[in-house]
Design a protein around this ligand. Sequence first.
Ligand SMILES: Cc1ncc(COP(=O)(O)O)c(C=O)c1O
Length: 275
Amino acid sequence: MLRLDDLHPLMSGNKVFKLLPNLVAANASGARGILTFGGAFSNHIHATAAAGEYFAMPTVGVIRASPEASVNPTLSDAKGWGMQLHFVDRAEYRRRHDLDYWQELNGLYPEYVIIPEGGGNALARQGCVELGQYIGEQMWRHIVVACGTGTTAEGVALGVSPQQKVHAVGVLPGLKQEQQRLEAAGAAFWGDDVGAGYALLTPALVDFIRRFESLNRVQLDPVYTAKMALAASRAIASGRLDPAQTLLVHSGGLQGRRGLQAQLDAHWRDNPACT
Ligand SMILES: Cc1ncc(COP(=O)(O)O)c(C=O)c1O
């Protein structure tokens, strides 16, 4: 396992590769700050706020939640690091990809660079190409990566060596466009491991987290890395992947687990046999 969760205490995992090129570009362009989007437990919002504090770059988070959500640990951290939280309802959040909405936001926050939800833009992909090049210098034949926007897996697939194959594990249904982009970049896309949907826990996933953590002493986040590791372990069990040639990428996200920990604990309490 490539422990990107250990890279930095606050800006961990794939966020380091996705955000840093964006911060460098924003700084070079003389931008006043960075504005981005996310849900109330978003890893991307958390990491953007941490990066903003670290590099003294003002940040705004457009959050799909009501202001009462700001008492959760993710948003409390973000606020504590100086991120301005801009709460919107679901209807407004649906406009997050529209150019006219970005223009309205730029009217409110002039000279802020806007980064899309999940940090999935070309600069982020380029940062992940560098991650792929690093992996490309190693002996692993198969690289397994969790896929949300697909930016991380696509960049890694573009950066690895020709002998290596990236397997992108979708964590939510309906990633058709992402699948096409990933396959064009040479990656395989695994779409059967989404479980009950984005951020929804199944008993099999929660049992797996417990077993994996007690065996390996490595924490997983239930939304991304646990699904990735479960998919990989099923592929290994069925002989589709050789464990001696396989690298799992731990893309971080452990901060988001705080929103799901109560559900994990309740399941483990009610199902002690799964240990
Ligand atoms: C911990 C974690 N792993 C994996 C991903 C998926 O990355 P991507 O959106 O680039 O596919 C995310 C989302 O950004 C994430 O927070």
